[in-house]
Design a protein around this ligand. Structure first.
Ligand SMILES: Nc1ncnc2c1ncn2[C@@H]1O[C@H](COP(=O)(O)OP(=O)(O)OP(=O)(O)O)[C@@H](O)[C@H]1O
Ligand SMILES: [Mg+2]
Length: 437
């Protein structure tokens, strides 16, 4: 079984082994440590899905141990085991950053429930998975940065985890209790972006029967993520610059300035300096944003993360699909490792999601791997493969077009258009594996 292991820390040999047995019987992998310092070293070196720890240990007590974990591994779930009748200890542990606690003695059922709920909780609050030294260094810098109010500019290819890193900083910042508001500058049409960002007053334009707060106002005392800032039109760049300089916004159609206390994180997959040179991005805004630049490395430059990420996605998607898939065939894993991953982690995530969907055994094989259509375009086989992909997916979804569209990441209309096209090419309808299409 190649799931991301749970780290068990307990100085009591019997307890350690009992926990290991329980955890492996639940289908998780376990790694063991008998003291705090060596466990911290392990956490620094590799990735764990959770830590289960005793409170009383020689060398380093549980409270200090939990504090250190928080410093190194952010919000990894920590389940603390406390002795009978030591409620104060449990409270103290929670205050130092434990995620949950169990009081001895506990049944296997109780342990099982705790572990499962903790693992589920992390999924909604996604961790950054990596064993790459460069990315690990970025994470530790990000942790330091989180404590400040410095503007951060995160760059990197599409799908490298820019938004994930922005949230990572947010969760560790003193603004974590405040809002996290994301504005996707690429997805919002130019004329709407301004009102999205700054809001409008009642009567500002036809239809504005009520005033509306913009994202900057909504992010007050929190963090605003200006996603894909390189796509922001020049006219708005000027307005944004003013906000960043004065921390004051004005709603559209408004006359009173509103001061906002907002920290800014921006992301882009463009080379902003190049955009500055060609006049598409304001130089003064660039320097306002580029106070602390972070460049995320593409997946192909950190191949050691591919198996790790694949396993983590496999776990998540097979649980969601109610399947019990144990891992990858060597052949499949080698294919995953040797790819270029132009779409980086997002592309890998999609490939694994499809693989889980298609997988009919308890191992992902080469046949379950369907790669993004774009890359095959270059190989000149686009049409055949695209058709195969669409039809195979429709077969799997029993003809459900919207589900197929979701899995393939295209619109339902695209699917309909393609089907119409195939129907014209093959009027006998023989190519359709699914009835009623
Ligand atoms: N190191 C990582 N560990 C786990 N998941 C990751 C990691 N990096 C990225 N992901 C996942 O990959 C997907 C893409 O990440 P994200 O949206 O942060 O990338 P991005 O750089 O903002 O991409 P884009 O430029 O396309 O907007 C998300 O589902 C994210 O959870
Ligand atoms: Mg993004």
């Amino acid at each position: 079984m190649n799931r991301i292991p749970i780290l068990i820390v307990d100085d009591d040999f019997q307890m350690r082994n009992a926990l290991r047995e329980a955890i492996t019987s639940l289908g998780y992998r376990a790694d063991l440590s008998d003291n705090g310092p060596s466990a911290l070293e392990k956490i620094r070196q590799s990735s764990y899905s959770m830590v289960i720890t005793d409170m009383k240990m020689p060398g380093m007590d549980g409270i200090e141990f939990i504090r250190q974990i928080r410093r190194i591994a952010g919000n990894i779930p920590v389940l603390v085991i406390t002795g009978y009748g030591t409620v104060e200890n449990a409270v103290l542990a929670m205050k130092s950053g434990a995620t949950d606690y169990l009081m001895k003695p506990f049944s296997f059922e109780v342990l099982k429930r705790s572990i499962e709920s903790l693992i589920e909780r992390t999924d909604s609050d996604k961790e950054i998975i990596t064993e790459n030294p460069e990315l690990k260094k970025i994470l530790s810098i990000a942790e330091e940065l989180a404590r400040s109010d410095i503007t951060v500019l995160i760059t990197g290819e599409s799908g490298t985890g820019k938004e994930l890193l922005a949230r990572y900083i947010y969760r560790r910042s003193k603004r974590a209790q405040g809002p996290f508001v994301a504005v996707n500058c690429a997805a919002i049409p130019e004329n709407l972006l301004e009102s999205e960002m700054f809001g409008y007053e009642k009567g500002a334009f036809t239809g504005a029967v009520q005033g509306k707060k913009g994202k900057f106002e909504l992010a007050h005392e929190g963090i605003i993520l200006l996603d894909e800032i390189g796509e922001m039109p020049l006219s708005l760049q000027a307005k944004l610059l003013r906000v960043l300089q004065e921390r004051i916004i004005e709603r559209i159609g408004g006359t009173r300035p509103i001061s906002v206390d907002v920290r800014v994180i921006a992301t882009t997959n463009r080379d902003l300096l190049k955009e500055v040179k060609t006049g598409r991005f304001r130089e003064d805004l660039y320097y306002r944003l580029n106070v602390f630049p972070i460049k995320l490395p593409p997946l192909r430059e950190r191949p050691e993360d591919i198996p790790l990420l694949s396993i983590s996605f496999l776990e998540r998607f097979s649980r969601e699909a109610g399947k019990d898939i144990k891992g990858f065939s060597n052949e499949a894993l080698n294919i995953l490792k040797s790819r270029q991953w132009k779409g980086n982690v997002r592309e890998l995530e999609n490939v694994i999601q499809r693989a889980v969907f298609l997988c009919k055994s308890d191992i992902i094989t080469k046949e379950d791997l369907m790669f993004e259509v774009e890359e095959r375009v270059q190989k000149g086989k686009i049409r055949d493969i695209e058709r195969e992909l669409i039809l195979k997916t429709l077969e799997e979804t029993k003809g459900n077009k919207s589900l197929a569209a979701k899995i393939l990441g295209v619109s339902v209309r695209t699917i309909r258009n393609k089907l119409a096209q195939y129907r014209q090419e093959f009027p006998e309808g023989k190519i359709f594996p699914v009835d009623g299409l």
